[in-house]
Design a protein around this ligand. Structure first.
Ligand SMILES: *[C@@H]1O[C@H](CO)[C@@H](O)[C@H](O)[C@H]1NC(C)=O
Ligand SMILES: *[C@@H]1O[C@H](CO)[C@@H](O)[C@H](O)[C@H]1NC(C)=O
Ligand SMILES: *[C@@H]1O[C@H](CO)[C@@H](O)[C@H](O)[C@H]1NC(C)=O
Ligand SMILES: *[C@@H]1O[C@H](CO)[C@@H](O)[C@H](O)[C@H]1NC(C)=O
Ligand SMILES: *[C@@H]1O[C@H](CO)[C@@H](O)[C@H](O)[C@H]1NC(C)=O
Ligand SMILES: *[C@@H]1O[C@H](CO)[C@@H](O)[C@H](O)[C@H]1NC(C)=O
Ligand SMILES: *[C@@H]1O[C@H](CO)[C@@H](O)[C@H](O)[C@H]1NC(C)=O
Ligand SMILES: *[C@@H]1O[C@H](CO)[C@@H](O)[C@H](O)[C@H]1NC(C)=O
Ligand SMILES: *[C@@H]1O[C@H](CO)[C@@H](O)[C@H](O)[C@H]1NC(C)=O
Ligand SMILES: *[C@@H]1O[C@H](CO)[C@@H](O)[C@H](O)[C@H]1NC(C)=O
Ligand SMILES: *[C@@H]1O[C@H](CO)[C@@H](O)[C@H](O)[C@H]1NC(C)=O
Ligand SMILES: CC(=O)N[C@H]1CO[C@H](CO)[C@@H](O)[C@@H]1O
Length: 594
């Protein structure tokens, strides 16, 4: 194995990383302005040239044959390598397991490995050798959040000891669809416990079972949540991609903090069957990937009707035939599109003076890129419902749903080691089991949920009136109202401010990397004071939003934006958090054994 050249490649990568960070000092954000700057300054021009050469020199190769780099690899690169025999699915699984081991004791992103992963990869390699290829995902490793049940050796815990060892009798619809598409379910990712629906004073990415997830771009970086481990794992290449779940921000926010593309699908496009719930009205499962096209491939694989989730029966396409989201990736998709900006949601003097200021600045700086791509920007398409209490209500809906939906999930377990059947029992267990870290991390969210609606959950009459009021504020007085009033095709906002109304309405969001905090950014901590939430180099994103079932349109626009900016490749994780194992290392080892 060529360890000498490898070391020098790592040195080149390190060197260039340093230059790139300083090159982007003023805030990365507008690639074209950065290009202009780089042409004006010969030093920067050299840096740019080095960046380009570094991207290729970071790839490992064997006897001059290059292998794709796992930090940024795309599905099409993996599929090409598998198809040509450059590497096997077993090689890929081995490479990703090695990368997981490199960072498992620092980032805590992956909570369990699938003990069957190698066996499954062997089977898929054998199928391919026999001419059977199930699709683009054939033989490709994917991680899933630890609230999506699999009927295999892995646990499904939401990070709680209350569910350690619990079993289900069949795969969740999502897991079954992944397997049918040929993906290797490589393991489970850590998360904010109970998808962040337990405590008022916990931290993003903490679970009793698997500890604290850290993101890779800054020391002790808040990974955001609740799909924290999925975000970090996909971001540093611990699998090709990961699945997350969202109730209000839990896919798009960790994508924001981890430099990823994410799709929060319309509620009902992806089945919640055997996924540990918060809310039937808001929960949805979606991809967290390196590129828009990769997210489209993964959404193609997991979307669709499920007999176990009646919300999927609302899918409006004839015979439930899902559009081809990969085909929707169109460079010219922004041309002629009217795109609104709900400024009242995120742009105020208070926010312009807060640590979020660089995000708003970056957002304003990408508007010319959208215009140059042919979009018509309609600014200040306000959402009056947001100021009328709509910005801060609806937790009551989640609380009502959780009481009802959690009990339904628990009733489906085929083995329930703690015999826990409802939220009151989960709370009693949590408050008495020492590793659950109570009361240092409280159960305030459950205390409220059990109190509201007299314990009747979403069957209470008061639930319905609260729910419909939320829909009115977020819909006619918010997202859908502004789309009608201003004849919009879509809306955009910085991702960190984008989740709430789409969450209430069950409408889709696609998030794409937009930039990173500049080198002089202030470091600020999370609410608990144990993570850094803002700081130099921490990434952030832009979100595209529209009406229900509009994923095809949103994916097109997100792709057109991504192809003109390609921010992900310019924002790098800290070297110490970046695994170094590449496919070439594994293939070389295998060949040496032969
Ligand atoms: C290096 O890897 C990147 C991403 O996988 C790929 O796009 C590029 O073509 C590779 N370069 C070389 C020289 O192999
Ligand atoms: C974490 O990584 C270390 C070092 O490679 C390894 O020994 C250990 O088994 C890993 N733990 C898990 C749970 O995979
Ligand atoms: C599942 O949980 C049980 C009980 O806690 C544990 O013994 C087992 O190792 C877990 N399985 C995996 C794959 O982590
Ligand atoms: C699914 O079932 C619930 C409860 O029976 C019902 O309230 C809801 O309207 C149904 N949803 C769809 C899309 O059919
Ligand atoms: C509807 O979809 C099913 C399953 O994909 C397929 O077998 C059937 O032929 C389709 N029917 C029509 C009318 O397209
Ligand atoms: C919610 O927002 C409304 C309108 O801005 C405000 O009057 C109210 O005090 C807020 N309530 C809470 C609990 O923050
Ligand atoms: C759960 O119920 C089973 C069957 O009734 C019983 O054998 C077991 O001891 C119970 N476990 C706990 C932790 O209470
Ligand atoms: C979290 O809240 C609980 C209940 O108010 C309190 O007992 C505990 O000390 C708090 N934890 C921290 C770290 O502040
Ligand atoms: C919401 O639910 C609460 C608690 O049951 C009830 O007091 C209140 O009247 C409801 N609000 C609306 C607008 O329905
Ligand atoms: C850092 O915070 C200080 C005090 O809040 C503020 O005056 C300053 O503008 C901030 N710096 C940056 C780069 O945001
Ligand atoms: C946050 O970042 C600072 C460096 O700015 C570092 O000293 C500190 O240990 C980090 N972690 C926390 C929890 O503040
Ligand atoms: C596979 C993996 O990364 N496991 C880690 C999960 O988190 C626990 C506790 O933080 C670590 O001990 C494991 O190594």
């Amino acid at each position: 194995m060529a360890s000498g050249p490898r070391q020098s490649k790592i040195l080149v990568c390190l060197f260039v990383t340093t230059i790139v960070l300083s090159w982007y000092t003023p805030a990365i954000l507008n690639f074209y302005e950065a290009m202009k700057l780089s042409l004006l300054s010969s030093v920067s021009t050299v840096a740019f040239a080095l960046l380009v050469s570094a991207q290729s020199s970071c790839n490992s190769s064997i006897n001059g044959t290059p292998f794709p780099s796992l930090l940024d690899v795309t599905l099409e690169e993996l599929a090409t390598g598998l198809e040509s025999g450059l590497f096997t699915s077993v090689d890929l699984v081995n490479a990703y397991i090695a990368r997981i081991h490199e960072v498992n004791n620092t980032l805590h992103a992956v909570t369990q490995l699938n003990p069957d992963a190698i066996t499954i990869a062997h089977q898929l390699d054998a199928e391919r050798a026999n001419g059977i290829v199930r699709g683009a995902l054939h033989g490709v490793p994917v991680l899933v959040k630890d609230n999506i049940a699999t009927a295999d050796a892995m646990n499904n815990t939401a990070g709680s000891y209350a569910l350690a060892g619990a079993r289900v009798s069949r795969d969740s619809t999502i897991a079954a669809k992944l397997r049918k598409a040929g993906a290797v379910i490589l393991g489970k990712t850590n998360l904010s416990q109970w998808a962040n629906f337990r405590s008022d004073n916990s931290s993003n990415g903490w679970s009793a079972i698997a500890g604290q997830v850290y993101a890779a771009y800054f020391p002790d970086q808040d990974p955001s949540g609740s799909s924290s481990g999925s975000g970090v794992a996909s971001s540093v290449g611990l699998a090709w991609a990961a699945l997350g779940t969202e109730t209000d921000g839990s896919i798009i926010s960790p994508c924001d903090a981890n430099n990823l593309v994410g799709i929060k699908p319309t509620v009902g496009l992806t089945s919640r069957d055997l996924v540990i719930p918060i809310s039937e009205h808001q929960d949805t499962i979606g991809p967290m990937t390196h590129t828009v096209k990769d997210a489209a491939y993964l959404l193609n694989a997991i979307a669709g009707y499920s007999q176990y989730d009646n919300y999927t029966s609302a899918i409006p396409f004839p015979n439930y035939t899902i559009p081809d989201y990969v085909a929707a990736c169109d460079f010219s998709a922004l041309r002629g599109k009217r795109i609104g900006i709900p400024r009242n949601v995120f742009d105020s003097s208070a926010i312009r003076e807060s640590p979020y200021a660089p995000i708003i600045e970056a957002f304003d700086n990408v508007l010319p890129i959208l215009r140059a791509a042919g979009a018509i920007i309609v600014d200040n398409t306000s959402w009056p419902g947001y100021d009328l209490e709509g910005g801060n209500r609806t937790s009551v809906v989640l609380e009502g749903d959780f009481v009802t939906n959690l009990a339904s999930y628990l009733a489906q377990l085929s083995y329930n080691p703690e015999n826990i059947t409802n939220l009151a029992e989960v709370r009693a267990f949590t408050q008495s089991f020492p590793l659950e870290d109570y009361p240092d991390r409280d159960t305030a969210v459950w205390d409220q949920a059990l109190d509201y609606f007299g314990g009747q959950g979403n069957t209470s009459p008061n639930f319905w009136s609260n729910y419909t009021l939320g829909l009115e504020l977020a819909g006619p007085l918010g997202l859908t109202g502004s789309m009608t009033n201003y004849s919009l095709d879509a809306l955009i906002a910085p991702t960190i401010f984008a989740s709430h109304f789409p969450a209430v309405l069950g409408t889709p969001v696609v998030t794409v990397p937009m930039g990173a905090y500049p080198t002089d950014a202030n470091v600020t901590q999370n609410r608990r004071g144990d993570l850094n939430a803002t700081g130099p180099g921490i990434p952030f994103s832009i979100s595209f939003m529209a009406e229900k079932w509009s994923e095809e349109k949103l994916i097109g626009m997100a792709y057109a934006f991504e192809q003109r900016t390609k921010v992900r490749q310019k924002v790098l994780p800290l070297q110490i958090n970046t695994p170094t194992t590449e496919i070439a290392n594994i293939v070389a080892k295998r060949r040496a054994k032969l």
